[in-house]
Design a protein around this ligand. Structure first.
Ligand code: ADE
Length: 271
């Protein structure tokens, strides 16, 4: 058993983690290029946290421009044991309303132009991804969302689109037919890379809008920004409750050693 160290990737609206004690800002280099920005490390409820803003300071990086590999690699180099993504999402279901949170449990990947693997240099690995999020973290995150005073949906299928444009109405209706519950632009390849980095991953979606399947008009960015401001306060409160609610010691997860059985290339052929 070991100490927890939670890496947090803050999405649109969540640019700093709030209640971070003994905070320090560090620049971490990655072999995969530039991360989105510095990493803020510190403690919440006595637990180590390291935070990075996915879209960078001042929200300069579009979902297609985020260096997902560098962000995950930089957090891994900081020593994080688990990864929590907090992201703005649209809803594809009447029952999932703006202002509510969804602890996602499945992902449909419709992204097109992103580096999606760390294994591109003569080492072939096929990590399993049937369940792309960690059930243990998801359960604890759901409880923390409830304590933060938000309605929370435990489970839901996230459709990851390339963006940066929102979907057409035909696409939005099709995603509903496919079984999508929520929609966003960043869960992939982040979840894939977390698995390859042997980091259990949890994804908390903060609902900002109903996408375009429901009402006649377009998704309204001004309305999204308004909901986002309220969501961010709830997300910071959720992080505080999450830190306070973690068991004292971290038990090993099967994801910690997933590469042991995923790398196909024999060790003597590694470059
Ligand atoms: N992020 C927030 N709302 C979204 C939507 N409707 N589509 C894609 N990403 C989103």
């Amino acid at each position: 058993m070991a100490e927890w160290h939670i890496g947090v990737i803050g999405g649109s609206g969540l640019y700093e983690p709030g209640d971070l004690q003994d905070a320090q800002e560090i620049q971490v280099n990655s072999a995969f290029g530039e991360p989105s920005g510095p990493i803020a490390t510190g403690r919440i409820g006595g637990v180590k946290f390291s935070f990075i803003a996915r879209h960078g300071a001042g929200h300069r990086l579009s979902p297609s421009d985020v260096n997902y590999r560098a962000n995950v690699d930089a957090l891994k180099r900081c020593g994080v044991t688990d990864l929590m993504a907090v992201s703005a999402i649209g809803s594809l279901r009447e029952d999932i309303a703006p202002g509510e949170f969804v602890v996602v449990d499945q992902i449909i990947d419709r992204t097109l132009v992103r580096e999606r693997s760390f294994f591109d240099k003569g080492i072939v690995a096929h990590v399993p991804l049937a369940d792309p999020v960690c059930p243990r973290l998801s359960k604890m995150a759901g409880k923390a969302c409830g304590k933060a005073g938000t309605r929370v949906h435990q489970g839901g299928t996230y459709v990851a689109i390339e963006g940066p444009q929102f979907s057409t109405r035909a696409e939005s209706l099709m995603y509903r037919e496919w079984g999508g519950d929520v929609i966003g632009m960043t869960a992939m390849p982040e979840a894939r890379l977390a698995r390859e980095a042997e980091l259990p991953y949890v994804l908390i979606g903060m609902v900002t809008d109903y996408d375009c399947w429901r009402d006649k008009g377009d998704v309204d960015v001004a309305a999204i920004l308004k909901v986002m401001a309220g969501n961010a306060d709830k997300a910071r409160s959720m992080l505080t409750h999450f830190g306070a609610g973690l068991p004292k010691q971290r038990k090993a997860s099967p994801i910690d050693t997933i590469l042991d059985t995923a790398i196909i290339t024999p060790k003597d052929n590694w470059d």
